[in-house]
Design a protein around this ligand. Structure first.
Ligand code: 5AD
Ligand code: SF4
Length: 427
């Protein structure tokens, strides 16, 4: 979603205004950091990068702005740590960027815009401009789940959904620009409850059926889902809507019920496994992905072992894993039974090694299969190669020209590597 937001910031500054995105900060008159507050490391990176870029200017006048969730959470405190910053804004205020810049050019200093915006940014932003054949569309933002460790409900705000026609208009516009694959975005996207113009509420399953009817949309995905908000209707659309890709990012965080309860996740391991079973019965080749947090306060060796057991049982195609990072204002930040850093680090290393091995084995099992590849671009690493994804979200590189971008090709997989596949076109 940060990538989506960043491209919308570029849209609002470029369309009808005199700004232009440049490739190199050394050519920039304005540097915007779009930030993440989910773990402490991301926040710290902001200040080191700000310092590094500011130093490199050697007195050249450049405006600095900090947007995103660190902006929202830290607000004017950012001016104290980085006094050269001109503007701080939150994720619900970026549509007002042209106005803030105008105020700065009139001499105003240190603008901090983290108030809840009175209007929806989506009513103000220009139409989205695509930069390729795959694109994302935010359909839902914020979260009401308040998992014990998570800052999202305070930084992104409470859960809300965009209207059905608004989503369809954005998708139709993207499709007319040549986009063939759409990812519907939300912090908790399967909590989507959007109204259409008749006031009828659509859940995510109903929205997917509508979006799939937009001409030109060949592939559909959505991310991220909460297991406690899974529905049978959503499982059904996987089986019934051919454009919906057989890939689901369904974070579980831990394989221990005791830890899940302490995290306030609102579901058990057995319930999670029941959804996995239903999904795989509906779509046998379903690729599942997850997120994990290790070292949550009170996590015992036995709890961690249960996470490893779950990983083995499910066989994830992909997963992200993190050390617990206490975040200000969250209930887990003050929980007792802190896990020592060395223990968390070891658990993370162990878990990641297992997940990596599983991912590699899964990729190697693809060898010899013929898959549909959507070519997204040229390979950055190797000349004469193009790159894209399979329906189940595996990255594949094949020899081929840039003219193939946007094509859906039949490809035979020839090699499975840790993070990608190699293949050869057979059509
Ligand atoms: N510490 C570590 N990881 C976190 N995540 C969210 N909050 C924290 C935190 N405080 C992880 C979760 C979530 C992903 C987006 O980030 O795994 O699914
Ligand atoms: Fe954070 Fe996701 Fe939990 Fe919401 S459901 S509080 S975004 S981890």
């Amino acid at each position: 979603m940060n990538a989506y937001d960043a491209s919308r910031m570029a849209d609002v500054l470029e369309v009808g205004r005199n700004w232009q995105v440049v490739a190199d900060p050394e050519q920039a008159d304005l540097i915007i950091f779009n930030t993440c507050h989910i773990r402490e490391k991301a926040g710290e990176k902001l200040f080191s990068e700000l310092g590094r870029l500011h130093k490199g200017l050697r007195g050249r006048p450049v405006r600095f702005a900090v947007g995103g969730c660190v902006g929202q959470a830290e607000g004017a405190a950012i001016f104290r740590r980085a006094p050269f910053v001109d503007l701080v804004f939150g994720p619900q205020n970026y549509h007002r960027l042209p106005l803030f810049l105008e105020r700065l050019s009139r001499g105003e200093q240190r603008i901090c815009a983290t108030d809840p915006a009175t209007e929806s940014k989506f009513d103000v932003l220009p139409m989205v401009r695509s930069h390729g054949v795959v694109a994302s569309v935010t359909i839902q933002e914020g979260c009401d789940r308040f998992c014990a460790y998570c800052v999202v409900p305070t930084t992104r705000g409470r859960e809300w959904s965009r209207g059905v026609e608004e989503v369809l208009a954005e998708v139709t516009d993207l499709a007319s620009q040549g986009v063939v694959e759409i990812t519907l975005l939300g912090q908790n996207v399967n909590a989507y409850q959007g109204a259409d113009r008749h006031g009828r509420t659509h859940d995510l399953a109903a929205l997917i059926r509508r979006v799939a009817q937009v001409e030109g949309v060949k592939r559909l995905r959505f991310v991220t889902s909460h297991p406690a908000d899974m529905t049978d209707a959503l499982v059904e659309v996987f089986a019934q809507v051919p454009q919906l890709c057989p890939y689901l990012h369904l974070p579980i965080q831990s394989g221990s019920d005791r830890v899940l309860t302490r995290m306030g996740r609102g579901h058990t391991v057995a319930e999670y496994l029941a959804w996995v079973g239903k999904l795989r019965r509906a779509v046998p080749d379903m690729a599942l992905a997850s997120d994990f947090i290790v070292g949550f306060p009170g996590e015992s060796d036995a709890d961690f072992q249960q996470t490893l057991d779950l990983v083995e049982q499910v066989g994830f195609a992909h997963a992200y894993s993190f050390k617990f990072s206490p975040r200000p204002g969250t209930s887990a930040a003050t929980l007792p039974q802190h896990i020592p850093e060395e223990v968390s680090a070891k658990r993370l290393e162990f878990l990641q090694a297992r997940l990596d091995a599983e991912q590699l084995a899964g990729n190697q099992r693809q060898v010899g299969r013929v898959v549909q590849l959507l070519v997204e671009g040229v390979s950055k690493r190797r000349e004469g190669e193009v790159t894209g994804r399979t329906a189940d979200f595996r990255r594949v590189n094949i020899p081929g020209p840039a003219a193939w971008i946007g094509r859906m090709l039949q490809v035979e997989i020839t090699e499975g590597m840790p993070h990608s596949l190699k293949g050869r076109p057979i059509t």
